[in-house]
Design a protein around this ligand. Structure first.
Ligand SMILES: Cc1cc2nc3c(=O)[nH]c(=O)nc-3n(C[C@H](O)[C@H](O)[C@H](O)COP(=O)(O)O)c2cc1C
Length: 362
């Protein structure tokens, strides 16, 4: 599997943070999908670095250069390849990291896994930069899903302990989700957004970082999508969302809150809504047995506080075997959550389009 994902719509992500470029090949895309490249560019800008106080100072244009798979603006169905160049690199900031791994980043594990041959600059293949090609692939899949009446949207449900208004899993719809994408800071409640930015700024002033939760919903998925056991929607969406750097957990529907309930409280009674058979409540988050049940799909992903903090930390100098103080230079997000929001949407779109195509429903 490595840096590839998918059964029928397969993506292969490549590149390093400070290499020439990062990119993606999408194989197995349906042919004949007109791509709105302005919409793709707007989607990538929501993830791009250097555009807000909460983001790293590394500024990148993140313009995808499409190499193949698109003719006269329409997908050909053959591999669609896009490159995104890296310009704004400061590799000297990472000189120490080969021997002095950053706590809770992948410098140590990556070096062990690849026998010390991994590219350490800017986190190499483990960098958040690799989510730019994932966002590109997701933007393409989102447009394919839109043609089937499906919309995906996410927001920062929590940052630094500050909570946004949660999605209503029973009523969240395509119009609401599309409206969210236009917001500068990805929250439902502007007031919560202000307090979240204060929490991020306070962490930055303390030379520290904060984490949070991204909540994502998918509206318009009909009942019957998903291939249990291992190709169920929770497995597919969970696998790709957990692959996003810094994501440490995923829950569907009411998730971990279900642990304290009785079945009578947690079950979703089956009924008829708008002439369609469906559960009348949505504790399950739109998925039963790995298969969509016709209600909105809702899940949440926890994003850890950024590992690279300016505050002095302890690490081991692998060359000398002595414990040392580490001051990380580099340019880092004091909070990853806002930039992870479109990446989570992208990941969900990739997994869902793959599930649709695998079922022959595209
Ligand atoms: C959009 C995005 C930006 C990120 N930016 C940073 C960053 O500036 N500094 C950092 O230490 N980690 C950053 N990360 C997370 C690291 O890449 C990640 O923590 C690291 O690869 C270790 O993987 P793990 O946290 O999944 O175990 C970012 C992740 C994402 C999704």
């Amino acid at each position: 599997m490595g840096s590839m994902f998918g059964e029928r719509v397969r993506i292969s992500v490549f590149g390093e943070s400070h290499g020439r470029s990062v990119g993606v090949v999408l194989d197995g895309l349906p042919s004949g999908i007109p791509l709105d490249l302005d919409e793709v560019a707007a989607f990538l800008l929501r993830r791009a670095p250097g555009r807000a106080l909460h983001s790293t100072a590394r500024r990148e244009a993140d313009v995808p250069e499409i190499q193949s798979g698109l003719y006269r603006g329409v997908t050909t169905g053959t591999p669609l390849c896009a490159l995104i160049q890296n310009f704004n690199t400061h590799s000297e900031d990472y000189d120490d990291l080969r021997t002095k791994p950053r706590p809770s980043h992948a410098d140590f594990t990556g070096s062990v896994r690849y026998g010390g041959f991994n590219d350490p600059r800017g986190g190499g293949h483990f960098s958040g930069r690799l989510t730019a090609p994932i966002a590109f692939a997701g933007a393409v899949c989102l447009q394919a899903l839109q043609r089937k009446g499906i919309a995906v949207g996410a927001h920062a449900l929590e940052i630094g302990g500050v909570r946004d208004a949660a999605f209503d899993a029973e009523t969240v719809d395509a119009a609401f989700l599309r409206g969210l994408a236009g917001r500068g800071f990805p929250v439902v409640s502007e007031a919560a957004g202000v307090r979240m930015r204060e929490a991020i700024e306070a962490a930055r002033r303390d030379l520290d970082s904060v984490g949070g939760i991204v909540e994502c919903a998918v509206a318009g998925v009909p009942a019957g999508v998903g291939d249990p056991i291992f190709g169920g929607l929770e497995s597919r969406i969970g696998a790709i969302v957990l692959a996003i750097p810094a994501v440490k957990g995923v829950e569907f529907g009411d998730g971990f809150a279900m642990a304290a309930r009785r079945g009578s409280e947690n079950n979703d009674p089956i009924g008829i809504a708008d002439g369609v058979v469906a559960p009348t409540t949505n504790h399950a988050g739109g998925i039963d047995g790995g298969i969509s049940n016709g209600r909105p799909i809702v899940f949440r992903a926890v994003v850890k506080p950024t590992a690279s903090i300016a505050r002095t930390q302890r690490t081991l100098d692998l060359a000398t075997g002595t414990e040392e103080a580490l001051s990380i230079r580099g340019r880092h997000d004091p909070c990853i959550v806002p930039r992870a929001v479109p990446v989570v949407e992208a990941a969900a779109a990739i997994a869902l389009l793959d599930a649709f195509v695998a079922l022959g429903r595209y």
